[in-house]
Design a binder for this molecule. Structure first.
Ligand SMILES: [Zn+2]
Length: 176
């Protein structure tokens, strides 16, 4: 019978090769545009021999990507919620029609089931919701111009766009 027990993995300092390293877990957060901050535990190794520190075991990419995925999927849900739940805002069906998307697709997006291309499109129409009306009008130049002017007038009068919120958190690159 063979044993499945592996010897404990020895982490060596990549600079000097010393096995005398200590690991520290640090709480971090990361987010994507319009997404909430997602928490993750970053592991930072420090070599007690030469002082070098970093992700010696390449553990952080996995947890960072997991946190990014959480923020990303939640961002899709939040954008669609804000676009459709405010007074006088759009319905999912309208957005699907305006963008020529298959019926029911936005329900999947709301669950985080969307490609990066779809996420880019969603961010653009969330930031500039009048583009939905432009697309709905089949990009006819005169109508596009009117929608654009009307939006810009409203924007300058109110100093705020209807559902645009400033992005206050940009993703922080993970420490290497
Ligand atoms: Zn070292």
């Amino acid at each position: 019978m063979t044993s499945d027990i592996k010897p404990p993995k020895t982490i060596l300092c990549p600079a000097c090769g010393s096995p005398d390293v200590t690991a520290e877990k640090k709480e971090r957060t990361i987010s994507v545009p319009y997404g909430p901050a997602a928490e993750f535990l970053e592991t930072v190794y420090t070599c007690n021999a030469c002082g070098t520190d970093g992700d010696f075991a390449n553990e952080n990419d996995v947890v960072v990507n997991k946190a990014l995925a959480l923020s990303r999927n939640e961002s899709a849900k939040l954008m669609l919620q804000k676009m459709t739940e405010g007074p006088g805002e759009f319905t999912l069906a309208y957005i699907e029609r305006a963008l020529r998307l298959p019926s029911g697709l936005l329900k999947l997006w709301k669950m985080g089931l969307l490609s990066n291309t779809a996420l880019s499109l969603l961010r653009i129409v969330y930031t500039f919701p009048w583009l939905l009306q432009v697309s709905d009008a089949n990009f006819q130049p005169e109508i596009t111009s009117k929608i654009c002017q009307s939006y810009l007038r409203r924007f300058t009068e109110d100093q705020v766009a209807t559902i645009v919120e400033p992005v206050d958190v940009y993703p922080t690159p993970p420490a290497k």
